[in-house]
Design a protein around this ligand. Structure first.
Ligand code: SF4
Length: 325
């Protein structure tokens, strides 16, 4: 029996807890999905670790009756929408997202009213209600392809991340794309000067930078001009995982939430990874602990549901996200 208030610091207790989690997951026919930003212990026992798109695809493809989502609330909602016949649990209901909270449904409806013919493209970091009012959902991995798939004469409302929106706009040179000024508190915290500082500190390293990062904006022209030939690569979290294994570089500076360093190091043990900022930790992602995951499986909490009409409307936008990659 574990005390939920006490961190599991003892190795034996942690191993026992992990084996109980495995056993409960097996008995309950559960699949454990973990985002790349989760703590190492959760990543290590998950059935699948990935980004929002990968986790959505795994949820949709899984035959398990129960999905335990170790990530933040909008991700569990997305799984619930894609898998109406499955039960979806999140170990902590307070695991939210500052980016998803940067636009609400009234704001989106007012914005749409100002641009009645526009196509709405929502980043996956949005609530189910926002997705239901959107034409397309996207991730950082396929935002460019989704925008490119929309006829050039169509106005686009892109939300809620201003930095991802600016990146896509720069790559497409699209003039009729309006961008919501939302941001993630973790990715917005890095000052632009850290890019050149990091490259000076680690001159042999490649810099892998997530397009949600605010520090990228002054470098957009440079990155586009160099067309990927420099040691500065803009890519999604799954893109970072791929790039780290394919690149001949042996050192990388990583500009995204620090949780991804665990997977990068685990999958590339001969390479070295440095965070661009060691403070880039998402307090919402870190709310999911082994103790809470244990409790979720034991007590069947916390059930994530989406009202049927909202889920029906949101599914179309999410299906487009999953199919365009
Ligand atoms: S890192 Fe930012 S975008 Fe990702 S879950 Fe945390 S607050 Fe949301």
């Amino acid at each position: 029996m574990f005390n939920l208030e006490t961190p599991c610091s003892d190795t034996v207790a942690a191993a026992t807890m992990a084996s109980e989690i495995y056993e409960m997951a097996r008995k309950r026919d559960a699949v454990i999905l973990a985002h790349n930003y989760q703590i190492p212990e959760i990543q290590d026992l998950a059935d699948y670790v990935g980004d929002s798109l990968g986790l959505s695809q795994q949820a949709a493809a899984s035959s398990a009756k129960l999905i335990v989502f170790c990530g933040v609330h909008f991700m569990a909602e997305t799984a619930a929408i894609l898998c109406p016949d499955k039960r979806v649990l999140i170990p902590d209901l307070d695991a939210g997202c500052s980016l998803a909270a940067s636009i609400n449904i009234e704001q989106l409806r007012n914005w749409k009213a100002e641009h009645p013919n526009a196509v709405v493209v929502s980043y996956v970091n949005t609530t189910a209600e926002i997705k239901a009012e959107s034409d397309y959902c996207c991730t950082s991995g396929n935002a460019l392809k989704i925008v490119q798939s929309i006829p050039e004469d169509k106005e686009i409302l892109f939300l809620p991340d201003q930095f991802l929106g600016s990146w896509v706009q720069k790559l497409t040179a699209r003039k009729n794309m309006h961008i919501w000024m939302g941001e993630c508190h973790v990715h917005a915290m890095v000052p632009p000067k850290r890019i050149d500082e990091s490259l000076a500190e680690h001159p042999q390293a490649e810099l892998l930078i997530h397009p949600e990062c605010g520090c990228l904006t002054p470098y957009l022209d440079r990155v586009v001009r160099q067309n990927g030939s420099s040691n500065l690569k803009v890519t999604s979290t799954e893109g970072m995982i791929r790039r780290a294994s394919e690149s001949s570089a042996s050192e990388f500076v990583v500009a995204t939430e620090i949780g991804i360093l665990h997977r990068l190091k685990k999958e590339n043990p001969s390479k070295t990874f440095y965070p661009i900022e060691s403070e880039m930790s998402c307090r919402y992602m870190k709310m999911i602990t082994m103790e809470k995951l244990h409790r979720a499986l034991k007590e069947d909490v916390f059930h994530v549901t989406v009202e049927e009409e909202i889920a029906r409307k949101a599914r179309t936008a999410i299906d487009r996200m999953v199919s365009i990659y």
